[in-house]
Design a protein around this ligand. Structure first.
Ligand code: GTP
Ligand code: MG
Length: 255
């Protein structure tokens, strides 16, 4: 069985993609379960087999501890960390039922990607699964200039380092973005020296630094393609499956 974590900045489409990719997998004959790790989720477009909201209730925490939404979420993540064994046991109980376990993560990227909880969950469950991968969603509507591409790839790399997991980057909401956004990503991977010159113009005083950053990133980011999808319109699901498949096949068997 393989486990796929969906990560991304706030509102990048994690929950929509979790729901629609699960439907796509089911339609293609795979057994799938979904886990919701977002204590702040309201209405979910899927039925989770395990939902952290059964362990922490954000609204109750906000009320009891007199916290706003951000403080409440942070506190919820701390409570989940204290109860991480329970979370892991619940997740492990689903492993035998599914070929794929899809994990929807909290809205704010840092809560899962850069704090202890994400790291702990991934490492504790890893011994029981044949492979795992993180899908990092980049919101295409937020990419306006080449330096935004650099920032997206930098974030993907930071996630890989912090969570110690193979990361595949996916450009979501392409139904709302112009084709030049995808072209900028392609250029980064296929013609780095050109991209590096391009980004230097874009950044003004930071030009030199950012173009050097492109070369550093290129050295550490595995040569891959960025898949363009629309989670909402169900576009690019085959490509997404293929890139996930490639990523997890490098770690062993697929199921
Ligand atoms: N047009 C378009 N809208 C999308 C797409 N994916 C998600 N959305 C919309 O973006 C908004 C946020 O989607 P979610 O799936 O809730 O995103 P999320 O990353 O889970 O959001 P948080 O967990 O709240 O951070 C919703 O209104 C979705 O309908 C897409 O591919 N195209
Ligand atoms: Mg969500």
């Amino acid at each position: 069985m393989s486990i796929v974590y969906f990560l991304g900045t706030a509102v990048s489409g994690k929950t929509t993609l979790t729901a629609n990719f699960a439907k796509w997998l089911l339609k293609n004959g795979f057994a799938v379960s979904i886990v919701n790790l977002d204590p702040g989720a309201e209405v979910l477009p899927y039925k989770p087999a395990f939902d952290v909201r059964t362990i922490v209730n954000l609204w109750e925490i906000m009320r009891k501890e007199k916290l706003g939404p951000n403080g409440g979420l942070l506190r919820s993540i701390e409570i989940l960390l204290e109860k991480v064994d329970l979370v892991i046991n619940k997740m492990k109980s689903l492993l035998e039922k599914s070929e794929f376990l899809l994990v929807d993560t909290p809205g704010q990227l840092e809560l899962f990607a850069f704090r202890e909880l994400g790291n702990k969950i991934i490492s504790m469950i890893r011994e029981d699964v044949s492979s795992d991968v993180a899908v990092f969603l980049i919101d295409a509507t937020q990419i306006r200039k080449p330096s935004d591409v650099v920032m997206g790839i930098l974030l993907a790399l930071a996630i890989r380092f912090h969570l110690n997991i193979n990361v595949v980057s996916v450009l979501n909401k392409v139904d709302l973005a112009g084709s030049q956004v995808m072209r900028m990503f392609e250029e980064f991977f296929s013609n780095t020296s050109n991209f590096s010159k391009f980004v230097a113009q874009d950044f003004g005083v930071f030009g030199e630094m950012s173009s050097q950053l492109v070369n550093v990133l290129k050295a550490f980011v595995p040569p891959t393609r960025v898949v363009a999808i629309s989670a909402l319109k169900n576009r690019g699901m085959e490509d997404l499956f293929s890139i996930i498949h490639d990523a997890i096949c490098t770690c062993g068997d697929m199921t």
